[in-house]
Every structure is written in C-alpha cells, then in structure tokens.
Design a protein around this ligand. Structure first.
Ligand code: SF4
Length: 312
C-alpha cells in the first residue's frame, strides 16, 4: 500500500500542533484518557456491520450513507445495498436509476449520484489509499477521506464528526474552531490505534455525550472533562463549536420534502411534466415544482425527455 497518505497526515498533525492552543491540547494528551477510552471501547462498542469489514468499498458506502442519515435508518439498507452492489465495478456498470432505487429511504439522494460516480472512477483507476487520492473522488470530502483511511486501511487518521466534535469541545470546556478540533483529535488518538480510538470516541458521543442530557456519570472520559468539572455551566461548549451539527431544518413543507416525493415517485416510473406539481405536493404552485425539479436535473438525479421525467 502506498503510505503517502499516512505521511501527509503526520505532517498535517505537526503543523496543526504548532499552531494550536497548547494548554488545551496538553489536557487532552493525557495518555491515561486515551487508554481509558480504548479500554471502554474494547468491551462497549456497538456491533455495527461496517465495523466488521476493512473492505474500502464497504467502508465508503457506509460513510456516505451515515453522512446525513442516522444509524437506525442506515442499518436495514446497508447490507441490502452491498448485496446488490458488492464492488465498485458492479455499481459503476449499473444504471444510476438502479443505485437510486437501492438508496430508497436514506434521503439526500445526491449522495447516491456521487457514489455512482465514485464507483466509476474506482472501477477505472483502482481504490485510492492516500488522502489526496480519496479527496479526488466525487462526493468525498476531508471527513470521508479520513474515515476511509482509518476504517479500511487502519491508518493514523483521526476522524471528527458531529459526535466527536461535541465530546472534544466539552472535554476542553470551550467551543473549538475546525482546526482546533482536528488538532485535538490528532493529538488525542494514539499512534497505531486510530481505528479503535475513532470508534470508541464516536460511541461515547452517541451514547454518553449526547446533545441534551449527557450521561456523564458512567462516561469513560469523565475524569478529564473540563465542562463536567466546572458543573456544566451554560452555554454548552459544544453549541457553536465547529463540526457540531445544529440539527436539520424542518422537513415538512421544505423543498427537500418535494424533492423526496418526486424521487420516490420516479422510483416507481416516469412522471409527466403535467403531473409534476401534484406529485411534489404543491398542486397550486407549479412554479415552485418546476424550480425544485430543475435542481434535481442539475444534480444529475433526474433527466427530462419528451415531457417525461425519469430517474438518472
Ligand atoms: S463527562 Fe459528560 S460532558 Fe464530558 S465527555 Fe463525558 S458525557 Fe461528555
């Protein structure tokens, strides 16, 4: 395997460290905290199917599904998707419409378009195993690239998602910039154990360090948590911290709802332009239907020919 990605990450780690708030990172760098986290993870990790594989395709599929969809909704669809598309080559050879059908129930269908495009690149060029190579894939940003490095190749790549960012901000007792959060994760994750460290801190975020009502009493990081030590003063340091999600905007009545309705209808068959507004739930607002449908066409999800809309 080309280790260029690992070297690049090590370099990035020292650069970030040099620029960081050293007091904050000294706190996080207590080796005992990392050991406690790894010991907790060794017995407490949730059994999730993407944790049983090191296949980079299976890891990439899971990461794209989990980007904007919660674990309970991904679980029933993940293995079914991989059964239909077990390799990038199989996915690349399939029509986009088939990939969109297998994506049913996950929402944010643009991810399926990107996955199909990425499969085409991988089928032609092989699966990248460096940060630069992964970032060149459609739909793969810094978070997903690091996740594939950590989970498929077990490289020393710390991954900062919304759960991890919340834990880090509360541990430090103040909101973090994106650079600080990444530097904190890089400094905290022990070399050679990034896979286990990432999984453990994500589960601490999901099960203990929840957005509301954190369960601090049995949190493995409680002895090192500045926010807990201070008595959980307001404001919560996770609020406004980089990478911490503020929650999704309301779905009902949104353009996203209309897009979802149209894609759901198109999974069953073509829709004529005359039916569009009714199918999208806006029978009295055909202009809105046209405008929102045009975004699906621009994203490559929908094509139009002879007055009919189709998937792909
Ligand atoms: S002690 Fe509480 S606030 Fe601190 S990391 Fe653990 S769950 Fe989060």
């Amino acid at each position: 395997m080309d280790l260029g990605g690992r070297h690049a990450l090590s370099m990035a780690r020292s650069d970030q460290w040099a620029a960081a708030d050293t007091g904050y990172f000294r706190t996080l760098l207590v080796p005992a905290a990392a050991r406690a986290l790894l010991a907790w993870g060794a017995t407490q990790l949730r059994d999730l199917p993407w944790r049983r594989t090191r296949d980079p395709w299976a890891v990439l599929v899971s990461e794209l599904m989990l980007q904007q969809t919660q674990v309970p909704r991904v679980l029933p669809r993940y293995l079914a998707f991989l059964k239909i598309f077990p390799t990038p080559a199989v996915c690349a050879a399939a029509p986009l419409a088939d990939v969109l059908r297998a994506w049913d129930g996950l929402g944010y269908n643009r991810r399926a378009v990107n996955l199909h495009r990425a499969a085409g690149v991988i089928a032609r060029q092989g699966f990248p195993d460096t940060l630069t190579g992964l970032l060149a894939l459609p739909g793969v940003g810094p978070y997903t690239a690091r996740a594939v490095l950590a989970y498929a190749y077990e490289a020393d790549a710390a991954v900062v998602d919304t759960n991890v960012a919340r834990v880090l901000a509360r541990l430090g007792g103040r909101p973090l910039t994106a650079k600080e959060a990444q530097a904190a994760a890089d400094g905290f994750a022990p070399a050679g154990e990034a896979w286990a460290w990432n999984q453990a801190i994500m589960d601490v975020g999901a099960r203990h360090c929840r957005p509301r009502s954190p369960r601090c009493d049995d949190c493995p990081l409680a002895p090192w948590c500045a926010w807990r030590r201070a008595g959980h003063p307001a404001p919560d340091p996770a609020v406004g911290s980089a990478h911490v999600s503020g929650g999704q905007s309301p779905f009902a009545g949104s353009d996203r709802q209309g897009r979802g309705r149209l894609v759901a209808a198109l999974r069953r068959g073509p829709v004529s332009a005359d039916e569009l507004a009714a199918v999208m739930g806006w029978p009295g607002d055909p202009e809105r239907a046209d405008r929102v449908a045009a975004t699906l066409v621009a994203d490559g999800l929908v094509s139009v020919a002879a007055g009919q809309l189709r998937l792909g």
